[in-house]
Design a protein around this ligand. Sequence first.
Ligand code: ZN
Length: 307
Amino acid sequence: MDKGLSRRGLFGAGAAAAAILAGTPATAAARSAMTLRWWGNNGWEIRVGTKTVLIDPWLTRFKTGTYTPAGADPRTPLSVNRALIDGHLDRGFLRADHILVTHGHYDHLTDVPYLAERTGATVIGTETHLSLMAALGAPEDQLAIATGGEDLTFDGYSIRVLRSLHSATGSRAQVAFPGTRTLSRRDRPRVISDLLEGGTLAYAVSGGGASVLNLGGSNYLESELAGLHPDVVLLPPGGAKVTDYVPRLLRTLGHPRWVAATHWDDFDFPLGQVKDAGGLEPLRKAVAAASPGSGFVVLDHLGEFTP
Ligand SMILES: [Zn+2]
């Protein structure tokens, strides 16, 4: 039985197919022992055996207006829906050994301090990310600083931390809420503009005979990715000002077997209500043109995929 589908039913995440696979990869191999589950936005759960790695888990998804013409209201208060998170944790539906933070923005970091407290997971991020999380009350002994370049092996899986770049948007190719802060538990963030980008990290997670790469934003450092051949790349739409965003990336990665869309849903809508913010079809077309042999994966909220 597909555990993901049955449990999705329990949580009312909708009846749509868990995965829509557009195109079969030319070099499909045996299925691995790694399972990926999408928690909406850039939130991913990577399960290998009894171990679980989360990337940018954000279940709360409060309204900010990010995808409206006016854009996100920077004074939007931060909030964490503990009841929602507890519901998943208490039923054993969500656990974590590691939580990997790509950058400090509200749609990536806000839920991590509470998830760290509840799961006991080790949290990886830059000095700024850890500073923001410590000020939000994260258990400080679980925070592990990274700068990019770390190659770490744990029981059953390994994590490669890669230097990366945040999405650059608008005609001036700027980063939203830019900046950094030194490690401190003071000055608790209250509104979304308090959560600074603080540098962006990409992560390659390997285990169970497969590897997956998450960029964290619609940009990357080509030199960091050279020689990396992940089975799956989790790719956000956008990248309009990034030179040859999709073709250069997929060429650098050696045309991965799978490209899974990430960060494409409008998070003004709660978990379980998937609404395309507008980037999905352009992304699908760009991937098909640049790497026709790659399978394009689109998951529903809480949908699963085994590469
Ligand atoms: Zn961001």
